[in-house]
Design a protein around this ligand. Sequence first.
Ligand SMILES: Cc1cc2nc3c(=O)[nH]c(=O)nc-3n(C[C@H](O)[C@H](O)[C@H](O)COP(=O)(O)OP(=O)(O)OC[C@H]3O[C@@H](n4cnc5c(N)ncnc54)[C@H](O)[C@@H]3O)c2cc1C
Length: 434
Amino acid sequence: MPVAMMPEETTVECNLAIIGCGLSGMAAALFAAGKGFSTVQTGVSGGMIFASGLLDLMCVHPVEKGSRWMDPWAAIDALSDDIPEHPYARLKKETIKKALEKVVYFLRDNGLPYLKCGENNSEVMTPLGTSKHTYYVPQTMWEGVRAFKEKRPCLVVGFRELNDFSAAQIAGALGERWPGLRWQDVSLQGSATTAGLVSGDIMARDMELAGNLEKVVTEIRPHIRDAETVGIPAILGMERSHEIVERLSQELGARVFEIPTMPLSVPGLRLNEAFTRGLSDKGVKLFFPNRIISWEEADDGNFLLGIGQGAPAKWIRAEGVILATGRFWARGLRADRDRIREALFDLPVHQPEERAEWHHEDFLDLRGHPVNRAGLEVDDLFRPLDRTGGPASEKLFAAGSILAHQDWMRMKCGSGLAVSSAYAAVTAFSKIRG
Ligand SMILES: Cc1cc2nc3c(=O)[nH]c(=O)nc-3n(C[C@H](O)[C@H](O)[C@H](O)COP(=O)(O)OP(=O)(O)OC[C@H]3O[C@@H](n4cnc5c(N)ncnc54)[C@H](O)[C@@H]3O)c2cc1C
């Protein structure tokens, strides 16, 4: 059915449509609602639910040397000098900072406080027993940053029922740097939690059930001895994690902190839930889990985006669009036999000339692979470029990991880039709209 003939009730009108529910889409929806735009968002879960919950700003540059920076702002300066096409090079540092602060205030207001160490990165232990540097740390993990820095006597606890988390591995790998680090596995058998192996998300929700926390305390208390701090996998509740960490600290007489886990990650799920809850309170209309499957630009310049499977069942009519559709896994980019394509608008994708150049020979090549930096080229207003090199459309913007010339995974700039490019895109829409 032509769009002009669609019944009214199947068409939703808005100022700004955000395509994507990853961190860049969530941040864009927050900024758009904050500016008073009627906002519609669509997508299925983004990478956020697999992410550690740590908000990286910038850490590794150049990636081939693996050089880690404690000062992320100095790292952004160096990166912008060396890779002027990187999206960060288009952004003022005040803009990046303001965007991140707005997200962190919003998360705090929605029950997820974050902390940072002045303007520096903090060193956080990982579930592999390595460490990584990041900018904003969930408050439930903060005591771990301090304990690690000061090498305070610490007990790392594992649960026998929890897959993919080994306290022994962490203590073994970090032991040389941290002599006061011990480990102990405990069991939650007999508690209200499910018998056998349990995934982190189920365990986190179980922690909020009556009686389970007492069981945790009873199991851990005999092993505390000289430990001043206790590291526990990040499964301490879904909605009340901060309260649970505080309560455990009191009951155990040692400061408790969470350690990031492998995906599926509870802190990532908390982030996702906090955004979904908070954005709904701000009036963002979310179509979840729904994908945009078609689009057209109407004569008046508005976008008509079709939602559905096979044929559109609903349409969004929007003045502007922010494309925050991620990379291959999220299906924002698609790899054909010979070319990488942008999946929805068929926008040109910056990429190597030949498929043979997508990857270096060595899978673990320290430089990463050229395919990791493929993506959309944008102008200074974060509008994707068309084949002539001009903006593809006046009010079409792009944000997040779909952008070219960045390798967020190796550079450790995922969240900072997602949030700040979303902010730049919404600000640009606001300016153009006047
Ligand atoms: C395992 C893992 C660990 C991570 N760890 C960290 C970390 O420690 N620190 C950090 O800062 N960042 C981390 N990240 C990165 C971070 O969570 C974000 O994934 C990243 O910043 C990119 O976000 P994005 O919103 O651009 O894309 P994505 O998260 O990929 O989201 C893309 C969204 O677009 C939607 N979409 C695609 N096509 C359509 C369509 N046609 N219609 C509607 N919707 C569509 C998808 O459904 C999805 O919701 C991690 C990510 C992963 C996967």
